[in-house]
Write a protein that binds this ligand. Sequence first.
Ligand code: GDP
Length: 299
Amino acid sequence: APGNSAPAPAAPGMLGRFLGRSDAPRRALDDAMLEALEDVLIQADMGVDTAMRVTANLAEGHMGRKLSVAEIKALLADEIARIMEPVARPLPLYPARPQVVLVVGVNGAGKTTTIGKLASQLRGAGKSVMIAAGDTFRAAAVEQLQVWGERAGVPVLTAPEGSDPASLAFDALSRAKAEGIDLLMIDTAGRLQNRADLMEELAKILRVLRKLDPDAPHNTLLVLDATTGQNALNQVDIFRKLANVSGLIMTKLDGTARGGVLVALADRFGLPIHAIGVGEQIDDLQAFDPAEFAAALVG
Ligand code: GDP
């Protein structure tokens, strides 16, 4: 503040707000403190089970110790990073030509944007990429995907509005095979309102893909919106029933201090987190870094 010679403290994150300034006096790690920490983790969307596991691990070996705020943060960040490390794995690339990547998720989660960003990254890595606009019932989604295809310099195959997505998937895979494309990404509908329809639609896409390649799809990516909090856990449950989800991409981590749901996801499902979305631009897709994520989360 003007006229104040003391440097302004850095904006505190989730734990910062609870623990106070980093130069606050040391305090003993006791039951009350653990319970309060647990509440903070739950508020950050980590879920009760995971928050309890994290604080229990912290208690082990540190109970009764007098810790500074910085030490508590570092210990918690270590615990969180330890949960996240096994799931931080980039999208595996296979020699299959094409590698077929099915992309699922609810509308608005960021599927279209993520496909565009991923296409651009893969192209930058020297891969040839093709996109199939499989959400044939949403004209706006198809148009958006075409825009992203142009940005990424990648062809986008479309079909008339309302036509059968499985038929488009079949045509796309045939063409990608004929053209020797490295990677085919197939967008899908995200209408959870009618789950039976969606299940049938996805099952049919899988059936026709396997006519052309018994190993397809090689990956089924579930795109999740970090700002939906604990709801993301339900979405994983649902989509695992609809499709054989092989990995996750979490979007909108730039817009939330509640990314704790990623810890809950890792703890509960152990599915790989291939990348995170940190903005609306084409370069805003990053590899998931557990240590960096944990440090930012504890603030
Ligand atoms: P879809 O319906 O699943 O295809 O979702 P879209 O890709 O159309 O994304 C929905 C909205 O979220 C759009 O306004 C995107 O710009 C935005 N969005 C997607 N990913 C991110 C991200 O990582 N960060 C931010 N801030 N916005 C994102």
